[in-house]
Design a protein around this ligand. Sequence first.
Ligand SMILES: Nc1nc2c(c(=O)[nH]1)N[C@H]1C(S)=C(S)[C@@H](COP(=O)(O)O)O[C@H]1N2
Ligand SMILES: [Mo]
Length: 288
Amino acid sequence: MKSQPITPEHMINTRREFIRKAVQAGLLSCLPLASVSAASKLKITDEAKATRYNNYYEFSTNKKFVHIIAKDFKPEPWTLSIEGLVDNPLSISLASLPQAATHILRFRCIEGWSMIVPWQGFELAKLLELAKPTSAAKYVRFESIKRPSEMIGQRRNTLPWPYSEGLRLDEAMHPLTLIANGMYGKPLPNQNGAPLRLIVPWKYGFKSIKAIAKIELVAEQPQTTWNSVAPAEYGFYANVNPEVPHPRWSQRREVPLGELKKVRTLPFNGYEDQVAHLYKGMDLSKHF
Ligand SMILES: Nc1nc2c(c(=O)[nH]1)N[C@H]1C(S)=C(S)[C@@H](COP(=O)(O)O)O[C@H]1N2
Ligand SMILES: [Mo]
């Protein structure tokens, strides 16, 4: 006969459920961040790892140097413009952005490393609603700042500048799609995309464009930086998918920053329940 576990399964589940509900209700927000992450089963990456290993070609292609080379970038003052197919084009300063909250989310680079970051940010949908997209708007195009005087990587043609990205409008309106202006309870560091960057946690990291200066509502799928330079490696959709290998490596596993062992990569980076419906009827092995 099998021995009984000391705590019956249903009691463990009840406790988990209690913690989950309490977190959702904001009741545990007075606890240190670590307790909240334990409750949601996400182990937050060390801040020093997440802020000293960066992809940001405007500064350097060497991930370990970006945080040093980006020191003199001036993220303020800043204006973000929202234009194109909108009834109410906007030019917003940092002081008049929507209220930010903390969002603990997975982040997965196409190169095979990952992190779990407490971002401060707000839903992109809140900004788009202010601008009022017209019925002709079907996609959103994002453009980073071009400022070679402060971004020395832009003095070379490593990529066509400015860096640009795009989302389908329904992806952009999804509540997991954020504009982040902080991380680890502090303003966003230059190397992580100050003053404003996109976070799309179910997509590979290159979609999460940094130092956004312009958001444009458009009718057609926009050209995007990495997709235009290497379309076979960087799809427009770029949903995290362990089943679809990169042409040069498998995407089944990833190394969390600061850890030695690889872990399994999850479909849609763990957000399948929230976002899979956006892609009903699409062949995701083709639209990678
Ligand atoms: N403007 C701009 N945004 C960018 C990049 C870049 O080179 N330039 N790199 C992308 C890539 S490939 C990744 S993985 C993430 C890295 O974000 P992090 O440095 O905060 O980890 O930023 C993305 N956004
Ligand atoms: Mo990346």
